[in-house]
Design a protein around this ligand. Structure first.
Ligand code: PMP
Length: 449
């Protein structure tokens, strides 16, 4: 007998989530009328909140004119304007913009541009892109080869050329006697050692998430790490790629996170908050000198059908305008500090919160069975699913992952839209306390009341 599926759709697993009806501001509503606070902006996407009237009006106006014009047949105003607006917001020199439809396409584009640049300057021996472990760079096979997250990469290992990895600076797990500064340098030197081991003439680029996303749970390295990584790349003529798919568009309290450390990467990948969920959109932004060399050498052999879609770009322009009008980059910083302090305060009540980390409104907490040793909770407790489910029941959405390479540890990203207010932060914390109390009772975890 054929089993009739509940849904013809599938993603990672069978679907069991409520049906979305509508969304407004920081709230989503299911078809039963239940309200959910979007505590993770979806997957760190909805930076300006849902149903922003000005963005919808700009999209409608563009829809009435043209929704598609193939990039090789026509240029279009929204794409030109968005490229200019993006370049104006990026660090000096990052002024050439290539549009795509999402984060994985943006990452693929960065490595293909890097490779064609090496060929254009007669350095064809360079092809290895070193990345970090753990990390997440996307779902397409080129991005999977860069990703350091075993459950997502292992099935495909025969089908791709896995790229070399260096340890991500999971400094909060280190029990050495080094200062933060020296620990940052220690991890940066691991890149230098790996470049030498690989043969510097074979290394094309190094790619990193400046603040970790799903794989590491808002991991921030010590300040010393960032500048030293730039120096090491320069020493060997290796391109530095920042994957700012999650951190970009204001999420960490700067338009791109690289600004926090005064580092100028060679190429940057953007998506998620860039069009904030109003359209599938991403961008690669590169230094003009790199792009010019590739164009002079015969052109960039790469592109996607929907690139520079006028409707998506009109949405992108309106999102950036709204970010300016509402001061959202600053709000991410102010509200991020507040939310981080409130999450930090929960550590007194819950000894099983081992770490609270992040920057701006890219924040996470990690659960452990022992804060001293940072031993993860037993996997069998399935804490990362349970806490998310408890939050769902209470109308709060948070985002969880197994951390430390996908094999152990539970972390939870708390990343609400950048429009969040103090009162709404209070709402998140009250709900989280209810969830953590319930989970502690179920799993027999200690609570200091
Ligand atoms: N890079 C990073 C840092 C990401 O967080 C993601 C998405 N989580 C991607 C790349 C891939 O983006 P997408 O899912 O839009 O293809």
């Amino acid at each position: 007998m054929t089993t009739i599926p509940r849904s013809n759709l599938f993603y990672q697993s069978r679907l069991s989530r409520p049906m979305l009806d509508r969304a407004e501001g920081i709230y989503l509503y299911d078809t039963s009328g239940k309200r959910y606070l979007d505590g993770s902006s979806g997957a760190m996407v909805s930076n300006i909140g849902h149903s922003n009237a000005n963005v919808l009006a700009a999209m409608k106006a563009q829809m009435d004119k043209a929704t598609f014009g193939y990039r090789l047949h026509f240029q279009n105003e929204p794409a030109e304007t968005l490229a200019r607006m993006t370049a104006e917001r990026m660090p000096e020199g990052l002024d050439r913009v290539f549009f795509v439809s999402g984060g994985s396409e943006a990452v693929e584009s960065t490595i293909k541009l890097a490779r064609q640049y090496a060929l254009a300057i007669d350095e064809g021996s360079r092809w290895k892109v070193i990345s970090r472990y753990p990390s997440y760079h996307g779902g397409t096979l080129g991005a999977v080869a860069l990703t350091g997250y075993d459950p997502l990469t292992r099935p495909f290992s025969p089908m791709m050329r896995e790229m070399p990895k260096v340890p991500a600076p999971l400094c909060y797990l280190d029990r050495d006697n080094l200062s933060d500064h020296d620990r940052g340098l220690k991890y940066a030197e691991m890149l230098r050692d790996e470049i030498i081991a690989q043969g510097p003439e074979t290394v094309l680029a190094f790619i990193m998430e400046p603040v970790g996303g799903a794989s590491t749970g808002a991991l921030v390295a010590p300040d010393s790490y960032y500048g030293r990584i730039r120096e090491i790349c320069d020493e060997f003529g290796i391109l530095l790629i920042y994957d700012e798919v999650m951190t970009g568009a204001g999420r960490t309290g700067a338009f791109v996170a690289s600004e926090h450390w005064g580092v100028v990467p060679d190429i940057v990948a953007l998506s998620k908050g860039f069009a904030a969920g109003y359209a599938p959109l991403g961008a690669m932004v590169a230094q003009g000198a790199i792009v010019e060399k590739v164009l002079d050498a015969g052109g960039f052999m790469h592109g996607f059908t929907y690139a520079g879609n006028p409707l998506a770009c009109a949405a992108g322009c309106a999102v950036l305008e709204e970010m300016d009008r509402l001061g959202l980059v600053d709000n991410a910083s102010v509200m991020g500090d507040r939310l981080k302090a409130e999450l930090g305060a929960l550590m007194a009540r819950y000894p099983f919160i081992g770490d609270v980390r992040g920057k701006g409104l890219l924040l996470a907490f990690e659960l452990v069975s022992d804060r001293e040793t940072m031993t993860p909770l037993p996997k069998a407790l399935n804490a990362y699913n349970r806490l998310v489910d408890l939050a769902y029941e209470r109308g709060l959405i948070i985002y969880s992952r197994r951390t430390r390479g996908g094999l152990e540890g539970d972390h939870f990203l708390v990343c609400p839209p950048l429009i969040i207010t103090e009162d709404q932060i209070g709402e998140i914390i009250v709900t989280l306390i209810d969830c953590l109390d319930t989970m502690a009772a179920e799993m027999d975890l200690p609570v200091n009341r």
